[in-house]
Write a protein of this length. Structure first.
Length: 187
């Protein structure tokens, strides 16, 4: 039986709930592309069944930030997904901040070790610094999902090197997440 993975490509194409911008790039465009590629890898493997929050680049979820977040969580819960992976790009006023990190609801449960394996996969595939797993129990998509949820900050859109890698090599990120998931599930 396939593991059902809901891939949330964070943010909308336009406000409300549009993402960060940096180095001439938009977070929502980068994570849309990485999500498409990750879903393809997962679905082609035969071990997973993946669904996307934004199947098209112009898919707009909700009419406010709250309804956008609710739409993502409600779709994953209603499916029901076995795991929820939310894709994002980090940003900082410090252009030197770099690397990949994951956010989870708590240190107990299945999300934390899954996040660790995914981060190892991303770091191995991209060469980005692994900033580790951080606890963020206040984040809506982590506390309202009924399945283990991981929010990935793939790299810093505000860092020129991370941004170039994110925009020019989305397949590396998709492959890194896929490899990390396979390590976690033993595939």
């Amino acid at each position: 039986m396939s593991i059902r993975v809901y891939i949330d490509q964070g943010h909308n194409p336009v406000n409300p709930n549009a993402g960060a911008e940096g180095n001439g790039l938009r977070e929502q465009d980068i994570v849309f592309e990485i999500g498409l590629r990750l879903a393809a890898l997962l679905n082609e493997s035969g071990n997973y069944e993946a669904r996307l929050s934004r199947p098209t680049a112009d898919t707009q979820l909700g009419t406010s930030t709250q309804t956008s977040l609710s739409a993502r969580v409600n779709a994953a819960n209603a499916w029901p997904a076995d795991y929820f992976i939310s894709l994002h790009c980090n940003a900082s006023v410090n252009a030197e901040a770099n690397g990949t990190e994951a956010l989870v609801y708590s240190a107990s449960g299945r999300a934390y070790p899954l996040a660790e394996d995914i981060l190892d996969g991303i770091a191995d595939a991209t060469g980005l610094r692994n900033r580790g797993v951080k606890l963020r129990p206040g984040l809506y998509v982590l506390r309202k999902t009924s399945m283990p949820a991981v929010l990935l900050e793939l790299g810093f859109i505000s860092n020129p090197n991370d941004a170039a890698l994110l925009s020019q090599n989305p397949q590396l990120f998709a492959r890194g997440i896929f490899n990390g998931m396979n390590d976690y599930f033993g595939f």
